[in-house]
Design a protein around this ligand. Structure first.
Ligand code: FMN
Length: 186
């Protein structure tokens, strides 16, 4: 079975992460989900019913479980997404820190040249945030900030969430129809 890794860190934007859980499961992936301590707090604030979605994951880890399979490059998977990605986790990943399970799994994903998509959320970004995005990009990560477009005529917040989720799936090469694609102006 195709495997995928998703990490939720303590930035705002949990509806994006939960939409990814639903999408990865509906696309038939074995989902390995890591939830940081700070993400638990933000999940309770932004998406109080989160457990009904996170329980769809096949494996759920906390950030201290460094012995999990996703800590090792020998665990083969189709990619890893950190969504939402806090500036703290962005910094740790850009530095190759590896001291919690999320940062270690991201580091391993980069060393094995597998897809790593970071969805950094802060507003505005300071110079350190921007430098860390460039460092992570130069190490092989895709930097995909949650900036939904409006050209596809969204009717709801869920449409905006689906646009960001659809772009993340695109980055991983997963076919989807989560948003209306631009077909040009004739
Ligand atoms: C309600 C709430 C919202 C937060 N939103 C953000 C955010 O959007 N971006 C960010 O970088 N940090 C945000 N933080 C701060 C992070 O949670 C904090 O830096 C934490 O140490 C991140 O740890 P982690 O990366 O291990 O999850 C928020 C914290 C709280 C309590």
């Amino acid at each position: 079975m195709k495997k995928i890794v998703l990490a939720l860190t303590g930035a705002s934007g949990m509806p994006y992460g939960l939409e990814l859980v639903r999408q990865f499961k509906s696309h038939g992936f074995e989902l390995h989900l890591v939830v940081s301590d700070a993400a638990q707090t933000v999940l309770s604030l932004e998406t109080p019913d989160f457990e009904s979605v996170t329980s769809m994951a096949d494996y759920i880890y906390n950030q201290k479980q460094l012995g999990a399979p996703i800590s090792s490059g020998s665990f083969i998977h189709s990619g890893m997404v950190v969504c939402p990605c806090s500036m703290a986790s962005l910094s740790a990943i850009a530095s190759g820190l590896g001291s919690n399970l999320i940062h270690r799994a991201a580091d391993v994903t980069l060393k094995e040249k597998r897809p790593l998509v970071l969805v950094p959320r802060e507003m505005p970004y300071n110079r350190t945030h921007l430098k860390n995005m460039l460092r992570a990009h130069d190490s092989g990560a895709v930097i995909l900030p949650p900036c939904p477009g409006f050209y596809h005529s969204p009717d709801s917040i869920h449409d905006l969430v689906k646009h960001v989720a659809g772009k993340i799936l695109d980055s991983l090469g997963i076919e989807n129809s989560l948003f209306n694609r631009w077909e040009g102006i004739v």
